[in-house]
Design a protein around this ligand. Structure first.
Ligand SMILES: NC(=O)c1ccc[n+]([C@@H]2O[C@H](COP(=O)([O-])OP(=O)(O)OC[C@H]3O[C@@H](n4cnc5c(N)ncnc54)[C@H](OP(=O)(O)O)[C@@H]3O)[C@@H](O)[C@H]2O)c1
Length: 282
């Protein structure tokens, strides 16, 4: 049984490939630029772009299950070619809803709907904010000043390894079909608290300054474009993100126990994520 993991360069996909290999499973990693994916040695890698039908056969040949990203152009067409799969695990987002006014939850809800419509048995992973978003602060932490428009905004950031661990369980054990897992980290921390954790890892104090919203918009747009995610960085999505951050000022984000319930081990805290990525911040 070969499991296809698409989006090989992605934080979650890379962690998932490693965990599936460690568990002795047959994995095929697929990405638009598989050479740039920094994958574990020994994994089968194919070049595939879900927006390019000519690349689908190489990805799907002999595969029974697949891990897919919701934000991927070409998802609908790929799903119709992949109708023989016995399971798709879709990386979606907390609150996904095709009828939502919020551009982020609506886009993820539409991707979930496409998977439902495909008739392929599914499992949806619905994480909240990723701890990996803080990699955008790497240079700021090294410089000792983090700039953010909402320093007192909370988030219960989740480690990409925990999302991958839930995905690995869903793909390799029974009882996960039709489940939509809401996933968060174990604790809600403000931007100031997160910066302080990263400062400890970097071995230097980190100050937080309130950032002008237009600066923030420009920075986020540039960061998305640099990662080839121009559509994710659309103005509507950025405004949705700003509204969410503002809504969580001085309000802890509720956490879920789903990582523990599915994997049997507690979700990793932000300090553990920071330690795992210490090299990026120091
Ligand atoms: N960041 C958050 O706080 C957050 C919160 C909730 C949900 N999410 C979801 O998680 C995603 C980010 O996950 P991540 O951090 O693991 O990924 P990432 O590092 O941002 O990379 C995005 C992935 O999308 C894949 N992709 C995009 N277009 C594709 C296409 N046409 N064909 C094949 N693959 C394509 C890329 O694959 P390649 O290897 O081919 O480039 C890449 O792996 C977001 O897009 C969102 O849907 C994020």
């Amino acid at each position: 049984m070969t499991i296809l993991v698409t989006g090989a360069r992605g934080n979650v996909a890379r962690a998932l490939v490693g965990q599936l290999l460690d568990g002795g499973h047959e994995v095929r990693a697929a990405g638009r630029d598989p050479g740039g994916a920094r994958l574990p040695g020994g994994v089968e890698v194919v070049a595939a772009d879900l927006a390019r039908p000519e690349s689908w056969d190489a990805a799907l040949d002999g595969v029974t299950k697949a891990f897919l990203y919701a934000g991927t152009a070409g998802l609908d067409g790929f799903l119709s070619r992949a109708s023989g799969l016995t399971q798709v695990v879709l990386l979606s987002a907390l609150g996904a809803d095709p009828a939502s006014d919020d551009a982020i939850t609506r886009a993820h809800g539409e991707a979930e709907q496409a998977v439902r419509d495909s008739g392929i048995p599914w499992t949806f992973l619905r994480p909240g904010g990723f701890a990996a978003n803080r990699l955008l602060w790497a240079r700021s932490v090294r410089d000792g000043v983090v700039r953010d428009p909402f320093p007192d905004s909370h988030s219960a950031l989740i480690h990409e390894a925990d999302i991958a661990a839930v995905a690995a369980c869903a793909l390799t054990s029974s009882g996960h079909l039709g489940a939509a897992y809401a996933l968060t980290g174990p604790e809600s921390l403000t931007v100031r608290q997160q910066a302080s954790v990263l400062g400890r890892v970097a071995g230097r104090p980190v100050r937080v300054e309130t950032q002008d919203l237009d600066d923030y918009r420009r920075e986020l747009t540039a960061a998305f474009e640099a990662r080839g995610l121009g559509s994710v960085g659309s103005a509507e999505v950025i405004e949705a993100r700003i509204r969410r951050l503002a809504a969580l000022v001085d309000r802890p984000q509720p956490t879920t126990q789903t990582v523990r319930e599915v994997t049997g081990r507690p979700a990793r805290g932000f300090a553990e994520w920071a330690a795992d990525h210490a090299g990026d911040f120091s």
